[in-house]
Design a protein around this ligand. Sequence first.
Ligand SMILES: [Zn+2]
Length: 493
Amino acid sequence: MRFRLLAAAALAAFASTAYAAPVLAPPATPGPDVQPYVHVPAGQIAIQHLRIIDGTGAAPIEDATLLIDGARISAVLPAGSAVPPGYRTLDGTGETAMPGIVGMHNHLYYLQRPNLDAAGHFEQPLIIPQMTFSAPRLYLANGVTTMRTTGSVEPYTDLNLKREIDAGRLIGPHLDVTGPYLEGPGAFFIQAHTITSPQDAANEVAFWADQGVNSFKAYMHLTRAELGAAIKEAHRRGLKLTGHLCSVTYPEAVALGIDNLEHGFFVNTQLDPGKEPDKCPDSAGDPTIAAMTPGSPEANALIKLLVDHHVAITSTLPVFEQSVPLHAPLQARQMDVLTPQAKEAYLYSRNLVNMRAGTDRGEQETKAYRNDLGLERQFVAAGGLLIAGPDPTGNGGTIPGFADQRELELLVEAGFSPVEAIRIGTLNGATYLGLADRIGSIAAGKNADLFIVRGNPAANIKDVENVIVVFKDGVGYDSAKLLQSVRGRYGQY
Ligand SMILES: [Zn+2]
């Protein structure tokens, strides 16, 4: 009976139909399941003696006072300013505020390889379970206040999650829910719908736009005609479409009007030998990134094309770092959130990558990675809009939230200054989403979507890891408590 009552209550909670909502919903009051994780309730809050990295790429402001009034930032005051009456004061000595990360390639799932062994063998089908509990908490705890799901496996689940977060009933960032992967025959996971014609592609976009998704993503095995039909239908509805492409090259996708390309320059196939139109070659872009040295005529022409057509590029360095032999291992704080099985799978995969050190394959992976870093820098120098997200998939070593911080660190390793890297991870994402007037930087009138860390990421980017509190719509969430709540859960639910 108790079960039946619970079931009835749950049905009532989830009984609404299509949920079409903008990425930024009006602020909600935290409900009973969210309240335990609130560290600083919404109100009039003054944080004094705080260093502020505003997200525009400017140098930090030292010893500032940050005023938050409800869901908005009311002012950034210089050193020595008086706090207006009525504000609760907090001391930010030794701490830095930066805008909430706008994660532009952030999934809400885990990639499960059945019966994976130490040699890397696993059985089919590869399955993608939802991490609807752990992933949103991991993102928010690590400073991500807005994210795009960038390819959905259970779009209804993601839409329902967005509705519950927006209503204050569940914890998580603001969500840009991407529709299901738009994919032709050959998807590597079993849950994908297979698109069979341009009309089918347009129908799928139309259906999910009606259900309320915010964006679309094309995948590796679409034809040019299917991709073109999907882009046209998305644009007709005012929605953007990105792609992790293979069968369609970057220049072909630009010609079709795509808005954004995922994975930096790693998955372009334009120089793959024997590339047939509309077919994803087995080489999947490896020869193209190997040949495309930064500053080469091919690179210069491609970058000019992308910039001229205002196509954004998403940097997803953490997932590619995992392919480089002897890359940095996961930190203890990251291992702590994995299930025992996810830890085992990660260690098996990491070991196999490390065994390639000094081999031809290992050298190729390292060279491809270096070329991509140089191309991303060249793209930005040419005026391109570079946005960022970690892509938590691959070998299981790219963990939601932690890997968003890692992306900033890797952009600095790539040669960007820390404040430039932070801009790429915050304001640039907001700019792509058309929300730069509301999120992505710390300024009066903007959403109080920001986080506070110990230390100074402008001097040492690794300080982005020292998160104390994350504000979303002016409510400050306790990072440590959120992480504690998902210990051992990532990989399970
Ligand atoms: Zn992805």
